[in-house]
Design a protein around this ligand. Structure first.
Ligand code: 9MR
Length: 410
C-alpha cells in the first residue's frame, strides 16, 4: 500500500470518528454504503448515469447518491449527443447529470472525446482535409472540456483506438489525422482546456495479460515517451460471469502494475458482468466473484483510485439490448435490491486484501524476475510498511522476464 493510500485511509477513518462523535456506531445503524467503505480505502466508487431522465426517479437518485461518489454519463457527453450539428453544442442532459453529482458531493468522469462510434452524421460526411480534422478535434475538445473545466476529475479522452483503426469509415481521426498522431492532438487539447483533469485512454478486454493489453501498453508508452499529457488507462471491464479466484485479481493487478511502472494510473471505468439469462443464484455468485476480484486488484494496486460500473441497476443496462440472451449485469436488481455482487464489493472494501510481502518477493522466482526486469519498479517499494524497500533485496542476475506478478493470498 503506497504512502498516499495510507494517508487517505487514515483520513477516511478520521472522518468516520468525527461523524460518530467518537462514540461506537449504534447497533441499529444502517450498514455502511459502498461509498463510505470506499472512502475509507482511498478510492472512489461510481456508476454511469444512463440518462438525465432517470435522475427524476427518487429511488434511482437515492441509491446512486448514497452508494456512489463518482458518476459518468453513459452516453450524453459523446459527440453525437453533445455536438449534434457543426455549430451546436447541447449541454442540457450532461449539465443536469453533473449538477446532480455536485449536489451530492460526487466527482464526475467525462466520457469521451474521440471514438469511432456514436459520431454525428455531419462529422462523418466531409470531405475534410487533415488540417481541418485536426482543427475539428481541437475545437470540440477545447469547447466541451472547457465547458466543464475545473468540474470533472477525469476524462476518457480517446476510446477504443484499435477498433477505430480497423473501421476507417467511422473513425475520421485515425483515418485522416493518422494513428497515433491524433491521440497526441486529443490529449494535448484536453490538457490545454482543463489542466486539472486526469486524462485517460480507455479500452476493453485489457483486464488480463495478453496481446490486446500489450498493444495498449505500447500505445500509452509511446504517448508518455513523447511527453503527451496522459495520466492513465481506463479498464472498461465488460466481463462475463465465471468463477473467479485470486488469479483473476492477479491478472488485473499485473496489468495495473505494468502501467504503474510507466508512471500511469488505472481506472476501472465501465465494469459490468453479463450473465446468461435466466440468472440463477449460482450464476449471480459467479458474477459476484468477478466484481470481488477486480476490486481486490484495484485496492492492491497503488495506482488505482477509481472504480466505476456501467450503471448500477439491472433496470438500465446496455447489455440486454446489445447482447440478446444476456443481462442481470449490475450489482442491484431491477427492484434496486442489492445482489451478491454488492455484498462481495462491500466485503472486499471492509476486508481488503493485503499486498504481497517482501518475503514473497524474496522467495518467488516470478517476483525476482519482475524486479530484475524493472516491471514492478517503484510501486511495491515498501509493501510491509517497515521502511524496507523490496527493491533493495538481493535478486539473481539472470532471470526470465515474467508474464505475471506473484500471487497474493486474498
Ligand atoms: O452503454 C452505451 C449504450 O447505451 C450505447 O448504445 C452504446 C453505443 O455503442 O455505447 C454504450 O457504452 C459503451 C461505451 O461508451 C464504450 N465502451 C463500451 C460501452 C458498452 O457498449
Amino acid at each position: 500500500m503506497g504512502a498516499g493510500r495510507a494517508v487517505l485511509l487514515v483520513l477516511g477513518l478520521a472522518v468516520d470518528i468525527v461523524a460518530l462523535g467518537g462514540a461506537p456506531r449504534p447497533a441499529t445503524a444502517a450498514p455502511p454504503t459502498l461509498r463510505e467503505l470506499a472512502a475509507a480505502r482511498g478510492i472512489r466508487i461510481g456508476a454511469a448515469i444512463s440518462s438525465a431522465a432517470t435522475l427524476g426517479d427518487p429511488t434511482y437518485a437515492q441509491v446512486l447518491s448514497s452508494e456512489f461518489d463518482i458518476a459518468v454519463s453513459e452516453n450524453q457527453m459523446k459527440w453525437g449527443l453533445i455536438h449534434p450539428a457543426p455549430a451546436t453544442y447541447d449541454y442540457v442532459d450532461p449539465d443536469a447529470q453533473v449538477a446532480f453529482a455536485q449536489a451530492h458531493g460526487m466527482a464526475f468522469r467525462g466520457h469521451n472525446l474521440a471514438w469511432h462510434n456514436q459520431n454525428p452524421a455531419w462529422l462523418l460526411a466531409g470531405p475534410f482535409t487533415r488540417d481541418e480534422r485536426i482543427q475539428q478535434l481541437r475545437d470540440h475538445i477545447h469547447t466541451v472540456v472547457g465547458h466543464y473545466a475545473g468540474q470533472l476529475s477525469e476524462w476518457d479522452v480517446v476510446n477504443e483506438a484499435f477498433d477505430g483503426l480497423a473501421d476507417p469509415a467511422h473513425d475520421p481521426w485515425s483515418s485522416q489525422i493518422g494513428f497515433p498522431d491524433y491521440l497526441d492532438v486529443a490529449f494535448t487539447a484536453a490538457h490545454e482546456a482543463d489542466p486539472s483533469a486526469k486524462l485517460f485512454y480507455n479500452d476493453y478486454l485489457i483486464e488480463a495479460p495478453g496481446p490486446r493489453f500489450d498493444q495498449v501498453l505500447a500505445l500509452v508508452a509511446g504517448l508518455k515517451a513523447r511527453g503527451v499529457p496522459i495520466h492513465g488507462v481506463g479498464f472498461q471491464a465488460h466481463q462475463g460471469a465465471r468463477p473467479c479466484d485470486a488469479s483473476c485479481a492477479n491478472d488485473a493487478l499485473t496489468n495495473m502494475l505494468r502501467l504503474h511502472a510507466l508512471g500511469l494510473e488505472v481506472a476501472i471505468t465501465e465494469l459490468d458482468v453479463a450473465v446468461q439469462l435466466p440468472a440463477t443464484p449460482a450464476k449471480l455468485d459467479e458474477q459476484a466473484s468477478v466484481y470481488r476480484a477486480l476490486l481486490q486488484a484495484c485496492l492492491l494496486a497503488p495506482n488505482c483510485h477509481t472504480f466505476v460500473m456501467w450503471g448500477f441497476t439491472d433496470t438500465y443496462s446496455w447489455i440486454p439490448a446489445l447482447r440478446p440472451g444476456y443481462g442481470a449485469a449490475l450489482p442491484f436488481d431491477e427492484q434496486y435490491q442489492p445482489k451478491p455482487a454488492y455484498a462481495a464489493m462491500a466485503d472486499t472494501l471492509a476486508n481488503p486484501p493485503g499486498p504481497p510481502s517482501c518475503a514473497a518477493y524474496r522467495t518467488q522466482p516470478e517476483a525476482q524476475a519482475a524486479f530484475a526486469s524493472g516491471i514492478l519498479g517503484a510501486p511495491l517499494l515498501d509493501p510491509d510498511g517497515n521502511g524496507v524497500a523490496c527493491e533493495s533485496l538481493p535478486v539473481p542476475t539472470t532471470v526470465p522476464v515474467p508474464s505475471v506478478v506473484p500471487a497474493f493470498t486474498g
